[in-house]
Design a protein around this ligand. Structure first.
Ligand code: ADP
Ligand code: MG
Length: 420
């Protein structure tokens, strides 16, 4: 079938015509559909039975332009391929942590997935100070398993490069290269920022040492094909409830630096932390929830590393450093030292990337809902100013911050004198 964008009517016929959708819908059920795409890039149809609105599927179809920017910003449709293929792989590597995929159609640039009707995009409940006791375990399992099993630590050189070949995702990479690493820090028409932090934005743009570090981080993003990364793993790409966590929206997936995904999670929790200076005026409630977020951020790093290293020790089948290579008297210690250095590098990269991502959300093409939902510009500026200072320090000081506690100490330091 030639590509044409579906609508609320045609999507129903499309879904009814699919052979393997019976496991979701009863044969004669009456089906309705609606497009709910609050996302930036695609059409999202929820297709469900009239009797049971929770029972259904989601059809995600690419549009040939960037939705937030309008039809004037063309965008390749092939991104559906990368999202579908990565979700299929994630279903194998991290079962239960991504939606099931029922069908894909690369002529129509769409795929059909499990409807997560009992889940919510994580940003929103985090603003309401909802806690998720299982999130830490789920997200660190996702990070450790998706990154480890697609790296040179687990795959042979041949396997890794065959897989990497499949995930050369140039157009979506370019979006991140431009919108995370370059355009926010120079004059570019799509940039938006709160006029109340204009001084801080100009300071960033004119900070030579900072821009040198940002350029080095960009080079690292472009050239370090370490593992299959999701590459857009913010809390808007996580659907959650008290029991379950699912990672969605992996259309940016490619072989890049592992630290990028870990940084995205920690940086989004940090932004949520800062947003509560406006969202939660009650000091006691705020401190309690911010303490919870600090524990989460600390836990994301420590649990990720614990699981990742454990996977490495027990599954060192990759060709980077095969077990035989360490088969000598002091080999055990040498292998441990190599792991220590590898993880130390991951950590400082993670700090720098988290800083970069904080900055770009304050002065680039898209903000995040945690912050944009603060309607009072002066209150929003409080969170934005700290984000900019914190982002700047995380980028500049990344090589000297060696522990997650030190990283979080900078957050505490920058936010200690907040007046609200
Ligand atoms: P985009 O790539 O266009 O940003 P997303 O994949 O982020 O689109 O999805 C947009 C929105 O659609 C999400 O924020 C979420 O509210 C909803 N959504 C996406 N996938 C599902 C799903 N499987 N079940 C329920 N809702 C979903
Ligand atoms: Mg998307």
């Amino acid at each position: 079938m030639a590509y044409s964008p579906l609508n609320d009517k045609t999507v129903i016929d499309y879904v009814k015509g699919l052979p393997n959708i019976k496991e979701v819908f009863l044969k004669n059920a009456e089906i309705t559909a609606k497009e709910i795409g609050d996302g930036n890039l695609n059409q999202i149809f929820i297709v469900h039975t009239k009797e049971d609105p929770k029972k259904g599927v989601v059809v995600k179809q690419a549009l040939p332009y960037l939705r937030v920017a309008g039809e004037s910003w063309p965008l390749t449709l092939e991104r559906v391929f990368f999202e579908t293929e990565s979700l299929i792989l994630y279903n194998k590597l991290c079962p239960g942590l991504v939606p099931k995929i029922f069908h894909h159609d690369y002529d129509m640039y769409l795929f059909v997935m499990e409807y997560l009707g009992d889940h919510e995009i994580m940003r929103k409940p985090l603003v309401r100070r909802v806690r998720f006791p299982l999130f830490l375990d789920h997200i660190t399992t996702f990070l450790a398993q998706s990154l480890f099993f697609t790296s040179d630590l687990y795959l042979t050189g041949l396997e890794k490069k065959e897989l990497q070949k499949k995930f050369i995702n140039p157009h979506l990479c370019k979006i991140q290269e431009d919108f995370v690493y370059t355009n926010p820090y120079m004059d570019s028409p799509e940039n938006k920022w709160n006029p109340l932090v204009d001084g801080e934005v100009q300071e960033v743009r004119n900070n030579g040492p900072l821009k040198v570090k940002l350029a080095r981080l960009k080079e690292h993003y472009m050239a370090h094909g370490q593992a299959l990364i999701h590459s857009d793993l913010h809390t808007g790409s996580i659907m959650i409830n008290q029991k379950d966590t699912r990672i969605i929206d992996s259309e940016f997936a490619f072989f890049g630096p592992m630290a990028y995904d870990v940084a995205a999670v920690i940086q989004n929790l940090a932004l949520n932390y800062l947003s509560h200076f406006a969202h939660t005026p009650d000091a006691k409630e705020r401190v309690e929830f911010q303490t919870y977020l600090l524990d989460l951020m600390r836990g994301v790093w420590t649990e990720f590393v614990r699981k990742f290293e454990d996977l490495w020790i027990h599954n060192n089948r990759g060709e980077l450093v095969p077990n035989k290579y360490w088969d000598f008297k002091a080999g055990k210690e040498a292998f441990a030292e190599f792991r220590r250095r590898y993880i130390a590098d991951l950590f400082s990269e993670m700090v720098g990337i988290a800083g970069t991502k904080l900055l770009r959300r304050m002065m680039g093409i898209v903000t995040v809902w945690d912050i944009s939902s603060i309607h009072d510009a002066a209150k929003r500026a409080v969170a934005e100013r700290i984000s900019i200072r914190l982002g700047t320090r995380w980028v500049l000081e990344a090589e000297n911050i060696h522990t997650i506690d030190k990283m979080l100490a900078v957050l505490l330091d920058e936010s200690k004198e907040v007046k609200i």
